[in-house]
Design a protein around this ligand. Structure first.
Ligand code: HEM
Length: 549
């Protein structure tokens, strides 16, 4: 060894020149060999030979470059994972692009560790937070640790039961607007008895947008009657971009350092047309455009609230929308103690935008799938009509408590959210190396939270786990765990803050629709496919035949 070192040290300038010209001549070859070596390591040696996770059961590596991602992106959300769990058991490893590994855990103890006990060590990964920030605003979905604790504490009062009770009446103007539109469209048909085909998802999207605008901002978007409403158009543009391939593009771009900041900056907006011409980036430029328009409108709504003296009052007639509550709470906190944590205008706007982004499409998707399931299960639909009709004939705007007490309505909504959860899966990462369910999980490993797979796990829900059967909520299976057997809103400190609001809103819309209409598949043998995106919205807008009762 010392002789090698002395040989190198003794190299003269001439020898160095010879070496340099050798590298110059062959640098392309050397570069190619190096890259090949790197890819061989990432794509093959790492997952097969070196990875500490190589012995965890799971599907084969899949595509040489992209692993199992093409199968996941092309399939219905959660279905490949469900088949793999059936085949390989409750802990599996899935290899994605360039050998990146993901683990999936099913057992309650593992989910408790990831989502509850060690939630700080298992945050949402950076790329997911950036995507959510870009499409919903930099609110609760994008922060973690102490920032998250502060924000969540400030937001909780807006989602308290008393506040939700006071908000329930806000749903009904939009709901009755929808009923009138549907009734008139059916009556205008040549033979109204035959009913009319509606693209159910589109109408659910409009009614939930109108409701969330009212509850979040106190703003009447009325997208039901005004398809050119600026906010509604911007959200429509945003939703039209949801697809598996677009999501894959976003994940790729958002993983590149600096890109998320660039895309959400003023520069990103000014250069969006130019960005639109770059292959692979096109849809992202439309996304920037949509978010910019949404932000501009919500900033003006916030300004109006700050200047509206009735927002500042604290009596029972004060405005109950979330933004008014936040403006009021901030004022009260600052009046008490000037040094207290108080949200800036920008942070407040981001929060409210997050509620619009997180609460609009999810609820629309949940409602659409519930109507689909009822259209295919006439007995459950009839039973629901028998429960809701007498209540609606007595009071056309049932309050929070009445909606909560309708037991078959509750079974139908819970069962629909179980079999077809609007958010079919989510992702976490690991901040430290630790054991989970007996597997040593290295720091930085991605973890899939398999919402749809857990919700339909035969070990808990029995042989008919994948079937829609609202009756099961009247007699839950013995393996049912109240927290970890149904993850549609996940659990722990990052659980959905809008869970109760979403369930109540779904109940109000559904009960009013079922009292007034009958739903059937649009044609015999109809199948409809959920998108493989962040939410499981139906890809065809979900046509259903609707008749008046
Ligand atoms: C059926 C409707 C809904 C479903 C299925 C749903 C589902 C979920 C899920 C699965 C998460 C966790 C995501 C993750 O950790 O990666 C989540 C988080 C969240 N949801 Fe919902 N959601 C619904 C409606 C709503 C509504 C109506 C709102 C607000 C008005 C809302 C606001 C939020 C917020 C702010 C978070 C982030 C919570 C945190 O990290 O602290 N969601 N939701």
């Amino acid at each position: 060894m010392p002789s090698v070192i002395s040989n190198i040290v003794s190299l003269g300038a001439a020898d160095c020149n010879v070496l340099l010209s050798f590298f110059k001549q062959y640098y392309l070859v050397l570069g190619a060999v190096g890259s090949l070596g790197y890819f061989a390591h990432r794509l093959w040696l790492w997952p097969y030979v070196f990875s500490p996770l190589r012995s965890v059961p799971g599907p084969p590596l899949g595509h040489i470059l992209f692993g199992q991602s093409p199968t996941i992106v092309r399939s219905e959300s959660g279905i490949p994972q469900r088949e793999w769990v059936k085949q390989y058991g409750p802990v599996i490893r899935i290899v994605g692009p360039v050998g990146i590994e993901r683990l999936l855990f099913m057992r309650p103890e593992a989910l408790h560790q990831i989502l509850v006990k060690q939630w700080l060590e298992h945050p949402r990964p950076g790329f997911l937070r950036h995507i959510l920030g870009l499409v919903t605003g930099y609110g609760l979905l994008t922060v973690t640790g102490d920032d998250h604790k502060h924000m969540r504490k400030a937001m909780n009062p807006a989602f308290s039961i008393p506040n939700l009770m006071a908000q329930t009446h806000m749903y009904y103007d939009s709901i009755y607007g929808l009923l009138e539109i549907m009734k008139s469209a059916i009556d205008a048909e040549e033979d109204p008895k035959k009913g009319k085909e509606f693209l159910v998802y589109d109408w659910m999207s409009k009614v939930t947008l109108d409701i969330i605008c009212e509850t979040a901002f106190g703003y009447k978007a009325d997208s039901l009657h005004d398809p050119h409403n600026e906010l509604a158009e911007a959200y429509e543009l945003l939703l039209s971009l949801q697809s598996g391939p677009n999501l894959a593009r976003l994940i790729l771009w958002m993983s590149v350092p600096g890109v998320p900041r660039l895309l959400s900056s003023e520069w990103g907006y000014t250069h969006r047309h130019w960005l639109g011409k770059v292959p692979f980036v096109g849809p992202i430029s439309s996304l920037i455009e949509a978010m910019y328009r949404i932000r501009r409108m919500s900033a003006s709504m916030l300004r109006d609230k700050m200047n509206d003296s009735s927002v500042a009052t604290s009596d029972t007639f004060a405005k109950r929308d979330i933004m008014s509550l936040l403006v009021r709470a901030r004022k009260a906190d600052l009046d008490k103690d000037k040094s207290v944590y108080a949200m800036s205008d920008q942070a407040m706007m981001d929060q409210v935008l997050t509620f619009l982004g997180a609460g609009h499409e999810t609820t629309a998707t949940g409602l659409s799938w519930t109507l689909w399931l009822l259209a295919n299960d006439p007995d459950s639909q009839k039973k629901l009509r028998e429960e809701v009709t007498p209540i609606f004939s007595e009071n056309s705007r049932p309050d929070y408590r009445t909606l909560k007490e309708m037991s078959w309505l509750d079974c139908v909504v819970m069962e629909s959210l179980r079999v077809l959860p609007p958010v079919p899966l989510t992702v976490r990462t690991t901040n430290k190396t630790d054991h989970i369910d007996g597997v040593l999980v290295p720091k930085g490993t991605l973890i899939t939270i398999p919402i749809r797979v857990v919700n339909t796990w035969k070990e808990v829900w029995g042989e008919d786990a994948e079937q829609f059967n609202p009756n099961r909520w009247l007699n839950l299976p013995k393996n049912y765990h109240p927290v970890f057997s149904m993850l549609s809103f996940i659990t722990g400190p990052h659980a959905c803050i809008g869970k109760t609001m979403a369930i109540m809103e779904m109940k109000a819309v559904l009960a009013a629709l079922i009292t007034n209409f009958e739903f059937e598949p649009a044609y015999a043998g109809q199948v409809t496919k959920p998108a493989a995106a962040i939410t499981m919205k139906p890809t065809d807008g979900m046509p259903l035949r609707v008749r008046r009762i």
